[in-house]
Design a protein around this ligand. Structure first.
Ligand SMILES: [Zn+2]
Ligand SMILES: [Zn+2]
Length: 277
């Protein structure tokens, strides 16, 4: 599996490229705009060029920012417009895939239908892959189990453009105790049945500081949380996913990125590990 980090682009794409190389990332994920603001943005030509230098060396996935709530596009037009704006920013750069949270809404069925409508709307207008991320279950987040993700997926018109991003911490927090091999395999079976195993495209490789089923979303350093090191060893060496990529969204604390990457590399069996220097 190719491994990297979610990276800040606050210092520009050249800076992100240097940082990604320093950390030996084989893939990265970015927000294409300030994730906590509705303000729109546009790219300057030199930013597009810097992005090209970055993406030629390292594959880049985008992550939709926090404000657009795909489950409530019928309540406030900013949600759909915000989603479209970010997809547009991705298309200008040439980013092929965007990870999205499926939004949050107390009326589950309505939320599932709206999230699907939002994705359909985008896929009518843009050529991009949308990766639905599973939720921790915190608040009223949609996508907290495979049934809800399958409910969105079955309503998608262009299914060939929609995939899954599995966040390991969110899976655990939402009630799948994937530390147990049996439950991990049952989960993959459930995905195979409801959506298709081949639809798993990307991972968020996070440990969790909160318990299984806590529905509280706290990412933690690899091997130092409740999921533990053996879970990541088994995932990274699982042949079914060896061709995929994943990023850590672990807290940016001191030298912890370097440490988390070292831990991840040490888990890859020599046969599948690639040179990181
Ligand atoms: Zn995530
Ligand atoms: Zn999270």
């Amino acid at each position: 599996m190719k491994i990297g980090f979610h990276m800040s682009i606050a210092g520009g794409f050249d800076e992100a490229r240097r940082e990604a190389k320093r950390l030996h990332c084989e893939v990265i994920q970015i927000f294409v705009k300030n994730p906590r603001s509705w303000a729109q943005k546009s790219w300057q030509e030199k930013e597009i060029e810097a992005f090209r230098r970055l993406s030629l060396e390292i594959p880049v996935f985008a992550h939709l920012s926090y404000l657009p709530n795909l489950a409530k596009i019928d309540e406030d037009e900013r949600h759909m417009n915000g989603f479209i704006h970010e997809v547009q920013l991705c298309c200008v750069l040439g980013i092929p895939s965007i990870v999205v949270h499926c939004g949050s809404r107390k009326e589950r069925e309505k939320g599932i239908a709206m999230a699907a409508r939002a994705v359909n709307e985008v896929l009518k207008r843009f050529d991009i892959e949308v990766l639905l991320e599973n939720a921790s279950g915190q608040g009223a987040s949609i996508g907290r189990n495979i049934d809800e993700l399958a409910g969105i997926y079955e309503r998608i018109a262009r299914k060939e453009k929609v995939f899954l991003c599995l966040d390991t911490a969110h899976l655990f927090q939402s009630g799948y105790n994937i530390r147990q091999k049996r439950i991990w395999n049952a989960l993959i079976g459930e995905i195979e049945k409801g959506i298709g195993k081949e639809k798993i495209k990307f991972f968020h490789l996070n440990d969790s500081s909160t318990a299984a089923g806590s529905m509280v979303d706290r990412h933690w350093h690899i091997g130092k949380g409740e999921l533990g090191i053996e879970f990541f060893r088994s995932l990274l060496n699982d042949k079914r996913f060896a061709h995929l990529a994943g990023v850590m969204e672990t807290p940016k604390m001191g030298k912890m990125d370097i440490r988390n990457m070292k831990v991840m590399r040490s888990l890859l069996s020599p046969l599948v590990s690639r040179s990181s220097s």
